[in-house]
Design a protein around this ligand. Structure first.
Ligand SMILES: [Zn+2]
Length: 78
């Protein structure tokens, strides 16, 4: 599989090795205590969110309605 798998429309999972962000976008826990992953609106872009694991990512996508394809962008500060 490639490293830029699409999670939702215009959302990509980034390799997390070079990224240092601390709090889960969804639940606010320190992501590095878990199995962190990072997402962006483009494969080479700056990360717009980070999550403990795929559970938090999936829950966030559900909450934001990203699977419907109607959301063009999100705010990681909400
Ligand atoms: Zn979380």
């Amino acid at each position: 599989m490639s490293s830029g798998s699409t999670v939702a429309d215009k959302t990509f999972v980034l390799p997390g090795a070079s990224v240092r962000m601390t709090d889960c976008t969804y639940c606010g826990s320190p992501v590095e205590d878990h199995d962190p992953l990072y997402v962006s609106e483009s494969p080479d872009g700056e990360p717009t969110g980070q999550f403990c694991n795929y559970g938090c990512l999936s829950a966030h996508i559900d909450d934001e309605g990203l699977t419907t394809g109607t959301a063009c962008e999100w705010s990681s500060s909400q």
